[in-house]
Design a protein around this ligand. Structure first.
Ligand code: VAH
Length: 318
């Protein structure tokens, strides 16, 4: 019986990973933690991951087989205060690695397409390639991948991770990301039938719908360790989107939807430094990764669930 502890459980990924883990392993088997108060029916606790003693105490009490460590300041937020982003992203990761090492539990640490930079081959971006990111978030992701590899090789820690693309979800709003337009656009479409986008119409980025992202984390941690050549930073993707492509798909459901553009130079520069299309064949080969949601399926599901969440008349699915 697997027991899990999730840090950053109130975040965009955590708020859907916790229910999925509880459905698979039982409600009491999953402890949700976050620096913020969490409203959840199952076990939860407040945790500042930089407080290593408190982190170790919760692990000692809950005795997880695996910790899903999701705490990070995202790309755009990080550029507002790079020093704080380094302290939080690396300080919390160091605690997670040390606590997992001493407790003897496995560890999931997500990386990101942000771990690549303008000198990385953009299309396709190979599994193994040059990583010179120009955002502080990307710098912490590359440093994190290397630190996790070190803990695996030096201490035999069973630490694993994926490089997530932009994640699209309706349950919890994202915060401080560059790919957040792909979530915000659905709120705009449903509440105002219009959206002002902070990235240019042709900005192509890898994206993934949250149910696929949650399944990737769970399936990677359940995979036989012997199959994992890359272990800490598997490229995973599901689709390549631009604001233009997403607008056209939304208009299939809401023909009157309007979009205009007010470019945010900081987030446009970050997006321009990221890949256009990840090669995720290593994940498909080594642990059977397979996305299930494409653009059409994601758009339909987002509109239906977000309409319900916002208390709007549900959008007729075609
Ligand atoms: C961000 N949503 O935009 C995050 C993600 C690949 C992007 O890491 O910063």
């Amino acid at each position: 019986m697997t027991r899990a502890l999730v840090t950053g459980a109130a975040g965009q990924l955590g708020s859907e990973l916790v229910p999925a883990l509880r459905a698979r392993y039982g409600e009491q088997a999953v402890l949700a933690t976050d620096i913020r108060e969490i409203s959840t029916s199952g076990p939860s606790a407040r945790l500042d991951c930089t407080d290593r003693k408190a982190f170790a105490r919760l692990v000692d009490e809950h005795r997880p087989d695996v910790v899903f460590h999701l705490v990070a300041l995202l790309s755009a937020k990080g550029e507002e205060n790079p020093q704080r982003a380094w302290q939080i992203n690396m300080g919390c990761l160091e605690s997670a690695l040390e606590v997992a090492r001493q407790a003897g539990c496995a560890l999931f640490v997500p990386s990101s397409i942000a771990a690549f930079g303008p000198s990385t081959p953009p299309d396709p971006t190979p599994q193994d390639t040059l990583q010179r990111p120009t955002s502080i978030y990307g710098v912490t992701k590359v440093a994190g991948e290397l630190l996790c590899d070190y803990y695996a090789q030096r201490y035999g820690l069973d630490v694993r991770g994926v490089r997530y693309p932009g994640l699209i979800s309706w349950a919890a709003e994202p915060g401080g990301g560059t790919t957040d337009y792909a979530v915000d656009i659905f709120y705009g479409a449903l509440q105002d039938d219009r959206y002002t986008c902070f990235l240019s119409a042709d900005t192509q980025l890898d994206m993934m719908y949250m149910p696929d992202a949650v399944r990737a984390a769970i399936e990677l941690m359940a995979a036989p360790a012997t199959h994992l050549e890359h272990r800490n930073a598997f490229n995973v993707t599901a689709m390549q989107l631009t604001p233009e492509l997403l607008t056209t798909e939304i208009r299939r459901h809401r023909p009157g939807f309007e979009i205009d553009y007010r470019i945010d130079p900081v987030r446009q520069a970050i997006a321009d430094s990221w890949p256009r299309r990840l090669d995720d064949s290593a994940a498909r080969r080594q642990w059977g990764w397979q996305h299930r949601y494409d653009l059409a399926a994601m758009t339909r599901d987002m509109l239906e669930n977000l309409s319900r969440k916002l208390g709007l008349a549900t959008v007729p699915s075609d």
